[in-house]
Design a protein around this ligand. Structure first.
Ligand SMILES: [Ca+2]
Ligand SMILES: [Ca+2]
Length: 207
């Protein structure tokens, strides 16, 4: 048995056992300047499994700092991340205006995000996790939010979302305007991935 083969076999066995050799990340580059209107411009979105517990982290890198701003009087930048915890084997794009009757379209199970993470209170209290199906539970301040330069990272306990085997995920950045009190995704938004959803198979065994 060659040394190379032995190393590969060991890596495979560790991977099968949920060892730390597993590359537990999935990342999408997003075009610069594809944000419509004055929405925050996403350049990368990444899902990963940090080593410090049964958690899932989603990081979104923006083109500039502050990653999410506000002037309080007129606008607040927002990000919504939606998760499907039991996706179909081949998830279909869930574009705006998608046919609601499409049986292959996955329903969102959870949503979390942030409003203007440059506000200290959002970093200190964390984000809320909304269950959009079934129980419609709202979990307050259970998603950790961290900002590092132009990158914002949300980290949540995967047990809170039913400890899924596969996650379908999607990031939408937009602008909430004071006059409408709603995210104005019609004229200002950026998505990641574009025209598709990420599908990530969780690799670490915590059960
Ligand atoms: Ca972009
Ligand atoms: Ca985009």
């Amino acid at each position: 048995m060659s040394r190379t083969w032995t190393a590969l076999a060991a890596a495979t066995l560790l991977a099968a056992a949920g060892g730390s050799i597993v590359t537990a990340t999935e990342s999408y580059e997003d075009p610069a300047d594809d944000a419509t209107g004055d929405a925050p411009d996403i350049v990368t979105c990444t899902i990963s499994e940090p080593d410090d517990g049964p958690v899932v982290a989603i990081s979104v890198e923006f083109a500039s700092e502050p990653p999410l701003g506000t002037d309080m009087e007129t606008y607040t930048d927002v990000v919504f991340i939606d998760l499907v915890t039991d996706p179909e084997p081949t998830p279909t794009p869930k574009a705006q205006g998608a046919d609601e009757d499409d049986p292959s379209a996955d329903e969102t199970d959870y949503i979390f995000g942030a409003h203007a993470v440059t506000l200290p209170e959002y970093l200190e209290s964390g984000a809320h996790l909304y269950a959009t199906e079934g129980t419609s539970d709202l979990f307050w301040h259970v998603v950790d939010v961290a900002a590092d330069g132009p990158t914002v990272t949300w980290t949540l306990d995967r047990k809170l979302i039913g400890d899924p085997d596969v996650l379908s995920w999607h990031v939408l950045a937009g602008v909430e305007r004071e006059e409408t009190e709603n995210a104005d995704s019609e004229d200002a938004f950026d998505e990641c991935p574009d025209d598709s959803r990420g599908t990530y198979t969780l690799k670490k065994a915590w059960r």
